[in-house]
Design a protein around this ligand. Structure first.
Ligand SMILES: [Zn+2]
Ligand SMILES: [Zn+2]
Length: 625
């Protein structure tokens, strides 16, 4: 038998690229780079895990095991022995209970390079010991206002407009007359406890109209001269022993100089974001500051926000471009200088955008389309605009793939994949509020808010898809006798099944699975709750630690979501495109690869060991050998 050639892998993750949008764009020729891969290889539907959520789905692809085995069963984890509202961000390697493809590759002596791939950086254990890790998302950063893993200060907007919605949107004084006909105001922000003050001089042109803002530091140096919609070059600040780097953009300047809005990107560290550690400074100087996350203090593409801060959506898209560009240039730099056998990278902005605008796009799956008629907020014009934005961001994804493809040679297998899609939602259900109204959860007053009274609480919704019984002997606050467990759980299920949306009259909104019924869904083990919940398209839940007194069970919340819905729904499926040596030229197929099949298929093609807890199968249909 002929020995297998030494193949390389380029794995490009486009988080949240939904199957239906992908197919349409492919047909219309809007994804030329990925289309090339489809034509020379194969395109399959990617069936996400239960739940269809980032940590669960990517980790199943990387380990070949079901969420019940690898352990990342949702976005947040609850560990037995801790109180039910003590949660841990799932996306950290130390919580993964299964071997990864990366570890297998290293065992086989291959060089692994991870460029800002989800879940590669944790506090204690590293997923890769000998290779290179750049960044590495820990997925806690979606909560607005929370810090990224590495950044020294979050993104801020400075504006003369009355906003005050977020502590990262800072109202600044209206510019007042200064010397030589200029106007002057000031921006102030903190980086790691150090206060940074810049004067902003608004300069008139010959016609007396104010068209330029100059940023002046405390020593009187001009750091940037910005015209409308222009970005500054990178600006460095010293914060103790750390050097931070950020950029500014002039988002708004009225001609009379009275109205001004400036955005400051998050402050990136000049070093400390790579393994090995000394690589950070090299990348910062050769490629630029690490754009860890694209996240604004205000949700872009929302009409009221864009009225408040013009060019919010534009700025978000520009930041997305800049990040994709940095990821591609960094990958290229590492590949050329240090080489790679397996290189994984991920660009997250398709998913991010889906959450912003996906709620406006009607349901596409024929089985659930009838629910569009019951959506009280459906608006054709907004739907069209949302789809346009989605496609625009997906095209950036395709350009990113185009840049990354420059690293592939004839020995390289290229994969472009997504982990789930997006399903529109219009109404959010506060499950804990519902449990409270059913007498299954008790609260006590705590100043202006409410606190869970564990001594009278029977069940608690602790994470998007999971509810647990406050069971004696298992939970530290447990009050339910083990012999009553079964009856109590049925009571919870009945209470939720009785719920009816007061606005639409919709019933049977929940699909509730008892924990033992989740086994065939790939969910089992200590980390899952006593009840696993899915919802009808259009609905979401949010686990609130404490139900606020004024909150209702059903609330309007238009947005896209994926974790609450069957991964089999058309718009919730992902994509899997593979091309290169050993891959059959099948083009677009009607076939489906499950997330758990990815690892063993790639291990086979690369001739490396299969991850030890693999539960998937090699997908032979796409292999020609
Ligand atoms: Zn995702
Ligand atoms: Zn998402």
């Amino acid at each position: 038998m002929r020995s297998k050639p030494h193949r390389k892998l380029l794995f490009i993750a486009l988080d949240g690229f939904r199957l239906d949008v992908f197919k349409d764009m492919l047909e219309e020729g809007l994804l030329p780079n990925i289309e090339g891969l489809v034509n020379s290889g194969a395109f399959l539907e990617l069936l996400p895990t239960y739940p269809a959520i980032t940590p669960a789905s990517w980790t199943s692809m990387i380990t070949g095991s079901w969420p019940g085995t690898h352990g990342l069963i949702c976005f947040q984890l609850h560990f037995t022995g801790e109180r039910l509202d003590v949660l841990h961000n799932a996306f950290q390697p130390e919580y993964v209970n299964a071997e990864t493809l990366w570890e297998c590759a290293e065992r086989a002596g291959r060089r692994v390079v991870l460029v800002h791939f989800p879940g590669t950086r944790g506090a204690r254990k590293l997923a890769v010991e000998k290779g290179i890790i750049i960044g590495g998302r820990v997925m806690g950063h979606y909560t607005v206002g929370e810090f990224g893993t590495f950044e020294l200060a979050p993104t801020r907007i400075f504006t003369t407009r009355e906003v005050g919605a977020d502590k990262r949107i800072m109202q600044i004084p209206t510019p007042s007359p200064s010397e030589d006909g200029m106007l002057k105001t000031r921006i102030t922000f903190e980086v790691q406890g150090h206060t940074i003050n810049y004067d902003v001089l608004i300069v008139p042109d010959d016609s007396g109209r104010y068209r330029e803002a100059r940023i002046i530091d405390a020593d009187g140096r001009c750091l940037a001269r910005l015209r409308l919609n222009e970005w500054s070059d990178p600006i460095s600040v010293k914060a103790g022993d750390r050097i931070g780097i950020f950029r500014l953009k002039l988002m708004e300047l009225s001609e009379d100089g009275s109205r001004l809005t400036i955005i400051q990107t998050h402050v990136s560290p000049a070093d400390g974001y790579t393994i090995p550690a000394d690589l950070s400074a090299e990348i910062t100087s050769k490629i630029g500051a690490f754009p860890e996350r694209v996240e604004l203090p205000l949700t872009p593409f929302r009409e009221e926000n864009e009225r408040l801060i013009p060019s919010l959506g534009r700025t978000y898209i520009e930041l997305g471009w800049q990040q994709a560009d940095w990821l591609a240039r960094t990958s290229s730099y590492i590949a050329k200088k240090y080489g790679f056998d397996l290189l994984f990278t991920e660009w997250h902005e398709i998913d991010h955008t889906n959450h912003y605008v996906g709620g406006y796009i009607p349901i596409m799956d024929p089985s659930y389309k009838h629910l569009n008629r019951k959506n009280p907020y459906l608006d054709e014009e907004r739907a069209e605009r949302a789809l346009k934005i989605t496609r625009e961001i997906c095209r950036i994804g395709d350009s990113f793939v185009g840049e990354m493809l420059k690293l592939a040679d004839e020995d390289t297998i290229v994969v472009v994949a997504s982990d789930h899609g997006i399903v529109p939602a219009h109404t959010q259900i506060n499950v804990n509020r519902a449990l409270m109204e059913a007498g299954l959860l008790a609260v006590e007053e705590d100043g202006s808010s409410l606190r869970i009274d564990w001594s009278r609480t029977i069940a608690y919704h602790w994470e998007r898809n999971f509810i647990s019984i406050n069971l004696k002997g298992r939970e530290p606050t447990g009050i339910v006798d083990p012999e009553d467990y079964w009856d109590v759980r049925e009571e919870v299920i009945s209470a939720l099944n009785r719920l009816e949306d007061p606005k639409t009259g919709e019933k049977n909104i929940f699909m509730l699975f008892r924990r033992e019924e989740c086994q065939p869904l790939g969910l089992y083990g200590e980390r899952i709750g006593d009840i696993f919940l899915l919802l009808k398209s259009g609905y979401t839940t949010w686990p609130r630690l404490t139900p606020k007194p004024e909150e209702k069970v059903f609330q309007k919340a238009i947005g896209g979501a994926h974790t609450f819905f069957h991964p089999t729904i058309l718009e919730n499926k992902g994509i899997f495109v593979i091309s290169g040596p050993g891959i059959a030229e099948k083009g677009e197929t009607k076939e489906t690869i499950r997330a758990v099949d990815v690892a063993s298929t790639l291990a086979h093609l690369l001739n490396i060991p299969t991850p030890s807890k693999n539960q998937g199968s090699v997908y032979w249909n796409i292999i020609k050998e």
